[in-house]
Design a protein around this ligand. Structure first.
Ligand SMILES: *Cc1c(COP(=O)(O)O)cnc(C)c1O
Length: 394
């Protein structure tokens, strides 16, 4: 297949009509060129120069010393937790408002998640974190780690979370899976805490089709994660193993896609910010609809744009707007269903919960991808405008 064949295939995969998804991979000729070049270099399985270069470029982009390329963001969370010393029977404090992967990774370590409610921007409430740590300290049973999440790309409140965790000597692993490119006080969110996990899943701000990375300034932590990711082999010819490892390495071919995506990260963020601006313009002056997270002061990557809908004012709920858009083959979703409401995590300790529950009931994420075409965005905007002007559900 030549590159020009593939270009036309890519075009038919993002048609002007048909289904409009929330967030699709934004890839094209550049990614194809990098991938083919890695393939032709012969470095297929599994490590190679593109992986090494990707790790260095990613670390430089984020502003940390080390990046370890891994098979997923979930793997990065898992190895990050193990590297910080999380062991069976431990507790780990995390935000209830997150994707299940955060809590799953905690359980992979044999530890138990303990959930903390959010503030109105969907991120961990530092006051509740402080209370939870004080209570745990009083019982002489501090958690092994704290895992804040940057919901939909908006930075958590690190000015408060990091000093609170430090006060109790508990390490922080940042779940920055959604926030690559977001800044907190001029620093990348993925450079916060002792380490951070990012994701390159297909729906994220940039993709390697599937992948993730652990980012840290701590050379020992990076080396340990790297070693665990390749079956914990001791460096001897017969592969001596002194602990259980994993097969979590990112492949050289996928890293090549990541290198191309990294060069386009800024421009993809600009596209997502433009999507958000278009929604804001549409909703300006509409009572009862607010941009979710607008009270968060930090510059973010605008990964997913979401709105909060007060149905008593608008006459329609988030769910009803979602249904209307679905009728037009436009994908939306509620915010993540809070972890403390998930059947799999009933029985876990929860601190607060009302804010997350209210956000879950009223929030709706809208198509936000950087590959969204102007005509696709127009289609979404015109269906929403119809609903705003009083569609059948009023
Ligand atoms: C996507 C995501 C993950 C997991 O990343 P994968 O690469 O899909 O494993 C973890 N946490 C959050 C908050 C995410 O959105």
């Amino acid at each position: 297949m030549t590159i020009s064949d593939a270009e036309s295939t890519t075009e038919t995969r993002t048609p002007e009509i048909g289904r409009i998804p929330l967030s699709t991979p934004d890839v094209g000729a550049l990614e194809e060129e990098y991938l083919l070049s890695a393939f032709r270099s012969g470095w297929i399985a599994p490590t190679g120069p593109d992986l090494t270069a990707f790790e260095a470029e990613l670390a430089a982009t984020v502003g940390v010393r080390h990046a370890v390329g891994l098979s997923s963001g979930t793997a990065a969370l898992h190895l990050g937790l193990l590297g910080l010393g999380v062991r069976p029977g431990d507790r780990v404090l995390t935000s209830t408002m997150t994707f299940a992967a955060t809590a799953n990774a905690i359980t992979y370590c044999g530890a138990e998640p303990e959930f903390i409610d959010c503030r109105s921007d969907g991120n961990m409430d530092p006051a509740l974190l402080h209370d939870a740590l004080r209570t745990a300290a009083g019982r002489g049973r501090l958690p092994a780690a704290v895992v804040p999440v940057d919901l939909l790309g908006r930075p958590a409140d690190y000015d408060r979370i990091l000093p609170i965790a430090a006060e109790f000597g508990v390490p922080v692993l940042v779940d920055a899976a959604e926030s690559l490119g977001s800044l907190h006080s001029g620093r990348a969110t993925a450079s916060m805490g002792q380490a951070a996990a990012v994701s390159f899943n297909g729906n994220k701000i940039m993709t390697t089709s599937g992948g993730g990375a652990l980012l840290t300034d701590d050379g020992d932590l990076a080396a340990y994660a790297s070693y665990l990711s390749a079956q914990a082999r001791q460096p001897v010819a017969h592969y001596e193993h002194t602990e259980v490892g994993f097969n979590y390495r990112l492949s050289n071919l996928l890293a090549a896609i990541g290198r191309a995506q990294l060069t386009r990260l800024e421009s993809m963020i600009v596209r997502r910010q433009a999507n958000r601006a278009a929604y804001l313009e549409l909703f300006a002056g509409t009572e009862g609809i607010a941009l979710f997270g607008a009270d968060n002061p930090h510059p973010d990557n605008a990964w997913l744009t979401a709105v909060l809908i007060d149905d008593e004012v608008t006459g329609f709920s988030a769910e009803e707007l979602g249904k209307r858009l679905a009728d037009h083959d436009i994908e939306t979703r509620p915010l993540w269903k809070p972890m403390h409401l998930q059947p799999v995590f009933t029985g876990c300790v929860m601190h607060g919960g009302e804010t997350a529950e209210a956000l879950y009931a009223t929030g709706l994420t809208l198509p936000s991808g950087s590959a969204l075409s102007p005509s696709q965005l127009d289609r979404v905007l015109s269906v929403i405008a119809e609903v705003l002007c009083g569609g059948p559900h009023r």
